[in-house]
Write a protein that binds this ligand. Structure first.
Ligand code: SF4
Ligand code: SF4
Length: 406
């Protein structure tokens, strides 16, 4: 077992914060873990920083997430990660001390969901969003959030134009200096039967950028992405609109467990490492977040930030693109409107990615159980097949997802 598992997540939070009186065994564990963190940080070194749009803020080229293991967060802080996605998830006393102590050196983001439903059926509600942010501030003790993010974004351009409730909530909180910058994460809603008139993420993002109120956006982006997404990234760079890539590891967990595939992987690099180099030096993104599960993966991945692509990394990205195109849904939604059974193909295959690529099986199964229609409703009629730009065997994948998640 890896060294980072010497003591558990909760034990580490409590002992490192000095919140409990721990015995000698725990103290030894903390000391060993601190050493592991130091070693990890020194292997990664200082992360480069990029300007986030035209905001004037410099953020680490790879940002961090509150969903990481605490020891990876600690190592990230030492390496200069200064932007934290989903910081509102640090509730109930587990906000890292290193960030609380040096609060103004970090940009902490609060992710705000729609209310009275999920991201498809829920509503934007000014008052509820204001109260959510105030409550998250109390729970995290962060005093203010730097970035207030509309989680999942708008359903279509018309909603952006006609429903300014989220923007008003931001302005109220900003007046009280509880939030400073407005941003959104944008998913695709084209072809989604629960969202009348839904549009794709690149379409909505282009309108958000023109609207001029939001400062930056987080969206799905990775190797082999569509011309529409690549076009948006180029245009955002020209116009000074900030960009942060998320869901950057399509198929990556599967590659690592596919021993036959890994035998032909270029030597001298790894999938995570090549990805980090590529995202931070060969794309026009301002920053990206990469899902990692432990300290070893932090070192492997984040040590690539800002370093130039070598021949092995170039070849790796090429091979990873081919693998992902065959295995992992890019969540473009193009197939959805062609399914007479109303199956939420992209949602199901997104949860498959959580289970197979992030190893978050419990979360994937929990989300899957909430869907109204499951993959076993697929009649294998084949009507969707011609509309998948990747040529995925959708009925076959759905049947496998039912076994995995059902
Ligand atoms: S094959 Fe399955 S998912 Fe595709 S259109 Fe037919 S029922 Fe829907
Ligand atoms: S199955 Fe294909 S068309 Fe459907 S969302 Fe995934 S990549 Fe897009």
């Amino acid at each position: 077992m890896s060294k980072e598992h010497r003591i558990g997540r909760r034990e580490f939070i409590m002992t490192s914060a000095g919140m409990v009186s721990a015995g000698l065994g725990a103290a030894c564990g903390v000391a060993a873990l601190s050493q592991d963190i130091e070693e990890a940080a020194s292997k990664v070194g200082r992360l480069p920083r990029h300007r986030l749009g035209s905001s004037g803020r410099e953020v680490s080229a790879l940002v961090g997430s509150a969903t990481w293991a605490p020891e990876a967060v600690e190592a990230g802080v030492r390496c200069g990660i200064n932007y934290w996605h989903k910081a509102d998830e640090w509730g109930s006393g587990n906000t890292p001390q290193a960030i609380r102590r040096n609060r103004d050196a970090h940009y902490c983001q609060v992710c705000v969901d729609r209310v009275r439903g999920n991201h498809e059926t829920g509503a934007i509600d000014e008052e509820a969003h204001v109260q959510f942010v105030k409550q998250a501030l109390q729970q995290t003790g962060l005093r203010y959030f730097d970035d207030m993010q509309l989680h999942f974004g708008y359903h279509h351009i018309e909603e952006l134009k006609s429903n300014r409730g989220f923007i008003r909530a931001f302005e109220r909180l900003k007046k009280d200096r509880l939030v400073h910058h407005l941003c959104l994460s944008q998913h695709s809603y084209n072809g989604n039967r629960k969202v009348a008139g839904g549009q794709s993420a690149p379409q909505i993002l282009a309108a958000v950028m023109e609207d001029g109120v939001y400062e930056h956006a987080q969206f799905m982006f990775s190797y082999g992405d569509t011309p529409a997404v690549n076009g948006f990234v180029e245009s955002a760079r020209r116009k000074g609109f900030g960009t942060i890539a998320m869901k950057t590891t399509p198929g990556l967990g599967r590659m690592l467990r596919d021993q036959e595939y890994m035998k032909s992987f270029p030597s001298g690099t790894t999938p995570h490492h090549a990805l980090a180099r590529w995202l931070t030096t060969s794309s026009k993104l301002d920053a990206a977040v990469i899902q990692i599960n432990n300290l070893d993966q932090f070192v492997d991945t984040y040590s690539g930030a800002g370093k130039p692509m070598r021949a092995a990394d170039l070849q790796a990205i090429e091979q990873m693109t081919t693998y992902a195109d065959l295995e992992a849904c890019r969540l473009c939604n193009e197939c959805m409107s062609h399914c007479e059974e109303g199956i939420h193909i992209a949602d199901i295959l997104r949860y498959e990615r959580y289970a197979k690529d992030y190893r978050e099986e419990d979360r994937a199964r929990r989300l899957y159980s909430r869907l109204e229609r499951h993959a076993d409703a697929c009649t294998a009629c084949g009507a969707c097949l011609a509309h998948c730009p990747q040529g995925l065997q959708i009925p076959v994948k759905l049947a496998a997802a039912q076994v995995l998640l059902g």
